[in-house]
Design a protein around this ligand. Structure first.
Ligand code: HSE
Length: 420
């Protein structure tokens, strides 16, 4: 028998306790022993939670309780969670967490602290999809060439509604908050930070690379408008917020931003609140993972998988996947070195010479236009919608600066990368 303490009994915590009860037969058989949800820790005992697990607000007594074998951290946040997890490990308890922000900032310190103790976090990335397990264990024989993931259900739900039903950004953000998909502060979702936290965790497993959210390119979906959605439809693209990790020689590109993806690609079909991750290994080729990235039961399913694993083996897998450090020392690629295709939306005056000026600024930066459409706007203005051939990010950035500086564009241009 193993006794489990659940720190944070909200949606996921209650599901963990409930599933341990509901599926006790199969879970016990798989774990090889009974897994008992012994105690839940909450900050407000007065709140009605409708759970059968015993509750307390005394976190220290739980962390110091020698009968507790496994601490499940579901409280969220970074600093307080780090202290709790640290203390649990110091007290020789195995830890399971779903906390992506904690790992985005502290995963290497936690790996040190955990040592031989089990520290597992399957639920932190893409909820119910066993992507940590796939990357750390299932694909262990491969050099990972790339990872492309749709790992934020809120953004995917919003973008899917915008493209399929023409719903406006603000309206759909409100709806996804009401449906309970969004984080408490939705900026984490729509600004790409939640996705970035998950990407950094996967990048550590794939490449042993240590980076913080501040080190990588993160763009959200806030500036996507109806004009961009119409362009996507006209040219048979879907639009997704992608987390991308890509090996380019000894450098690793890590970035989060919206991407136009040709409708023929499998990942473009991951719609609504669902998550999807494509991983290309040098030996296996492309593998694809699809499933619910959020929600109580789906996330709890991943948490319990970790608990079962710990029960079976008495310890976890090497936390970030390596028994000894990886010999190849990958470095983080600079965002300027990205090479891809781009879509640009430029608001301009609809008069002679403007298109020539735009083409000349782009041409001087070695940017070749692939498609172009002009959509009239009010007051004799127009949107120029362009897509480019492959070019370097630094050239696009400089061209956009020049377009603004010379007054050729009337508003800050919108740039969206095209999957290539
Ligand atoms: N807010 C997240 C999402 C929850 O929308 O996917 C899961 O991390």
């Amino acid at each position: 028998m193993l006794k489990i303490a659940i720190i944070g009994v909200g949606t996921v915590g209650s599901s963990v306790a409930q599933i341990l009860e509901d599926n006790k037969d199969v879970i016990t058989a798989r774990a090889g022993c009974e897994l008992i949800p012994a105690i839940g820790v909450v900050s407000n005992l007065k709140k009605d939670r409708n759970v059968s697990i015993k509750l307390t607000d005394d976190i220290d007594s739980v962390l110091n309780d020698e009968s507790i074998d496994i601490v499940v951290e579901l409280m969220g946040g970074v600093d307080k969670a780090f202290e709790v997890v640290k203390k649990a490990l110091q007290n020789k308890k195995a830890v399971v967490t779903a906390n992506k922000a904690l790992l985005a900032y502290h995963r290497y310190e936690l790996q040190e602290l955990a040592g031989e103790m089990a520290f597992e976090y399957e639920a932190a990335v893409a909820g119910g999809i066993p992507i940590i397990n796939a990357l750390r264990d299932g694909l262990g024989a491969n050099h990972i060439l790339s990872i492309k993931g749709i790992m934020n259900g809120t953004c995917n739900y919003m973008l899917t509604k915008m493209i399929n039903e023409g719903v406006e950004y603000d309206e759909i953000l409100k709806e996804s908050q009401e449906l309970g998909y969004a984080e408490a502060d939705p900026t984490f979702d729509v600004g790409g930070f939640d996705t970035a936290h998950k990407l950094l965790i996967l990048a550590s497993i794939a490449y042993g690379i240590d980076a913080k959210p501040e080190d990588i390119l993160i763009e959200g979906i806030q500036s996507i408008s109806g004009a961009d959605i119409n362009f996507a439809k006209e040219f048979n693209y879907s639009i997704k917020l992608l987390a991308i990790a890509k090996k380019v020689g000894t450098e690793i590109e890590l970035r989060v931003h919206p991407v136009f993806i040709p409708e023929t690609e499998m990942i473009s079909k991951v719609d609504g609140v669902m998550n999807g991750v494509s991983v290309i290994g040098d030996k296996v080729g492309e593998t694809m993972y699809y499933g619910p990235g959020a929600g109580g039961d789906a996330t709890a399913s991943a948490v319990i998988a970790n608990i079962i694993d710990i029960a079976r083996r008495g310890k976890g897998s090497p936390m970030l996947g390596y028994q000894i450090p990886l010999e190849s020392n990958f470095t983080l690629a600079s965002a300027d070195s990205i090479e891809t295709k781009y879509y640009l939306r430029l608001k301009v005056e609809d008069k002679s010479g403007v298109l020539a000026k735009v083409a000349s600024i782009l041409g001087n930066k070695d940017i070749s236009i692939e498609t172009m459409a002009q959509k009239p706007l009010q007051c004799n203005n127009a949107n120029l919608l362009l897509s480019t051939h492959l070019c370097q990010e630094v050239n696009i950035k400089n061209a956009l600066l020049e377009l603004e500086k010379t007054g050729t564009v009337l508003e800050t241009p919108v740039m969206i990368r095209i999957d290539s």
